[in-house]
Design a protein around this ligand. Structure first.
Ligand SMILES: [Mn+2]
Length: 454
């Protein structure tokens, strides 16, 4: 791991909370994520299974957790199965957890090698009354690939067809939605890394830089601090910002354009999510500033509106009404258009067509019972926007907010957002020599000698 060790109390407490939600004599199984293949013998970087991490802190492949709080045998109440370290896998892949290391990481006493899983699992299946199996459930996820967990579920039900099976996902969603103090401090750490990356970008962006060069600056900052990109960064200049999930990041940032940056760090698997929109040349035009300040006003009102007991759909409705008001102020919509609109296709949707925010945590679009009222302890993003394709730009602003009984806490309050602040920071920097040739051959198109050397 590249982050400071998390105290095992977090994982012990999370398992205790899960045990508290289970009916009598229930068994829970949680599997690690697959290492996903790409092409030939390649594989993707593995992101740990969020539920397994939440309950154990384990990131290692092929791991399996069993929680069986009512087991007669004390040794069977919590079991962790790990891939056995061998000289061969350690030679090729690196260090694997020893049993003692796993105990110190997770607080689970009973650690077994994965080869012992079938025997012990069979025994526990003969003793329990119900089995909670894990499924990846998210409203927006359409998943065609069968995960390790999904294969385990299918195989288990095939072998034990008449057991009483239940979904673990709703319990995990209920637990993971409300963040503990440790989790909040880890999300805060991710927000702080994001701040560092954003400040570096304010010092870097100028007309002529490519969007992917901005991406490289962020990458440098996040990785050197032990973090990584929380999600594929959106670095969209000019009209590119009107594509909601623009990921090519290959255009030149031009004088007079705005640059939308939806970029953030994750730290210790906890994510942040930031959006800022900055002027490429360091000054907003009056029109850009007017739209920007409209979005900023809505952002602040939506943050203030994140209060316990409100339903997300009501909060979204408020956001839409605020955006609509601003669209009228900006003369993008007329009151007549609004009066005559089809209620199923409201006029504001031309300029603001997505949700105003989502829970964030171990997943960027975090699990949570979003039909339930907002609760103290949730961390939500707030991301209003106005997209004006015909004017060739968009403004989106996004901060991460902790909901509390005492009112919303903006975890990104320290990240520059006022237009004056952004302009000042961009104009006070030491200008980096423009288009300095890179020693690594970034300008290879005009420099054949670098290509020939390889
Ligand atoms: Mn977001």
């Amino acid at each position: 791991m590249r982050y400071d060790r998390i105290r095992l109390k977090l994982f012990v407490e999370n398992r205790r909370r899960l045990a508290g939600l289970l009916p009598a004599n229930a068994l829970v199984v949680v599997n690690a994520n697959d290492i996903c293949p790409t092409n030939a013998d390649g594989s993707q970087t593995t992101i740990p299974n969020s539920d397994l991490f939440y309950l154990t802190g384990v990131e290692q492949e092929q791991s399996i957790l069993i929680v069986y709080p009512d087991s007669d045998d004390k040794k069977h109440r919590e079991l962790l199965f790990l891939r056995e370290p061998t000289s061969d896998n350690e030679l090729w892949e690196g260090h694997k957890l020893t049993k003692q290391e796993a105990r110190e990481l997770t607080g689970i006493e009973n650690i077994h090698w994965i080869s012992e899983f079938p025997r012990l699992f069979h025994r526990l299946m003969c003793e329990c009354d119900s089995v909670f199996l894990n499924t990846n459930e998210h409203k927006r996820a359409i998943i065609d690939v069968e995960s390790r967990e999904a294969r385990f579920v299918i195989e288990t039900i095939r072998k034990y067809p008449v057991h009483d099976y239940r979904r673990l996902a709703p319990l995990m969603h209920c637990l993971r939605a409300v963040k503990s103090e440790t989790e909040i401090s880890l999300i805060q750490k991710a927000c702080d890394l994001t701040n560092q990356g954003f400040k570096r970008v304010l010092n870097f962006v100028q007309p002529g830089v490519k969007e992917y060069e901005v991406e490289a600056e962020l990458s440098h900052e996040f990785i050197r601090c032990g973090g990584r990109f929380a999600y594929a960064p959106i670095i969209a200049s000019g009209v590119n910002a009107c594509c909601l999930h623009y990921l090519t990041n290959n255009q030149v940032c031009r004088q007079g354009d705005l640059l939308l940056l939806d970029v953030a760090a994750s730290y210790a698997n906890y994510n942040s999510d930031l959006t800022r929109t900055i002027p490429v040349a360091g000054r907003f035009t009056p029109r850009q500033k007017a739209v920007y300040n409209s979005v900023l006003t809505v952002l602040r009102e939506c943050i203030a509106g994140l209060t316990p007991d409100k339903k997300i759909k009501d909060w979204q409705k408020e956001a839409e009404q605020l955006v609509e008001r601003e669209l009228v102020n900006l003369k993008l919509l007329s009151l007549r258009q609004i009066k005559q609109q089809d209620p199923d296709q409201p006029a504001f949707k031309k300029y603001f067509m997505h949700g105003c925010g989502h829970p964030i945590g171990l997943d960027v679009h975090d699990v949570g019972l979003t039909v339930n009222p907002i609760q103290s302890g949730w961390v939500m993003t707030v991301e209003p926007a106005i997209y004006i394709r015909e004017e060739g730009f968009a403004v989106r602003l996004e901060n991460d907010i902790l909901v509390t009984e005492q009112g919303p806490v903006d975890m990104m309050a320290h990240i520059p957002i006022e237009t004056d602040e952004i302009e000042d920071l961009m104009n006070s920097r030491l200008k980096i020599a423009k288009a300095k040739p890179s020693p690594f051959g970034c300008n290879t198109r005009s420099d054949k000698s670098l290509v020939a050397k390889r």
